[in-house]
Design a protein around this ligand. Sequence first.
Ligand code: NDP
Length: 259
Amino acid sequence: MAELSVRSVLVTGANRGIGLGFVQHFLRMPKPPQWIFAGCRDPKGQRAKELQNLASKHPNIIIIPLEVSDPASIKAAAAKVGEHLGGSGLNLLINNAAILKVRTLDAETLEDMSEVYTTNTIGPLLMAQAFLPLLKKAAQGSPSSGLSCSKAAIVNISSNGGSISSLYAWEIIQSTSYRCSKAALNMLSKCQSLAYKEHGILCVALHPGWVQTDMGNSPGQVPPTTVDESVQGMLKVLSTLSEKETGAFLDWEGKVIPW
Ligand code: NDP
């Protein structure tokens, strides 16, 4: 199995939970990326302390102010990342940031439906649009012919909660706004895979498992999977992907999830 080996990666929502886990695991790789861009909406805030600490010890971590529901913030982040990269491209974009509103169907509101869709679905769309030139550049600069996450890829962190055929854990948590946003994110991933294949960019929707984070804990039960297990599993899955899997919806163990 080929190792995942990237020169540059950007992770959104990198200050806690699974996003921070990605940053930590990239650092621990035998050949860590030269640039780990850690998107964070409040880099100086209390919730970014652990990330700031890590960045102070590892010069390859660059904290990028990034609010994924704000097109101006995304544009500024893309410009900043481009400056750091000089002439080279971005290999891997991990759209990880998301929100969950725990509500019953009866209690869903226009505001929550909009906010969740804007963050979880429109955010990844705008991120991919803004970073496309850098992803294309990475693909063009790669000597390999097929698609791979080491070359150029968009990884949308989705959820089996967005699977229409499984409707995972409906009895525990309804959160219709979240489910709709992730079902739409899956469709977005498929569309991106079709549009970006010709540019040499792999696109995938990835379910991280039910993971011990603030979001994972919110239904009030202890999730079975740790951040470390989830991220390690996802990185292993990413290392195996090729053009066969672009546009797929997979879980952290590499299993195909029904749409
Ligand atoms: P957390 O709630 O622990 O962390 C969410 C991260 O996203 C935080 O860094 C948060 O930043 C950031 N974020 C939220 N909104 C925005 C925004 N508008 N702009 C920028 N950053 C934002 O979630 P997890 O780590 O558990 O989840 C990560 C991903 O995994 C999500 O896509 C989630 O849907 C998915 N997932 C998680 C599961 C689980 O069991 N944990 C299960 C299935 C899917 P801040 O600190 O500023 O709020």
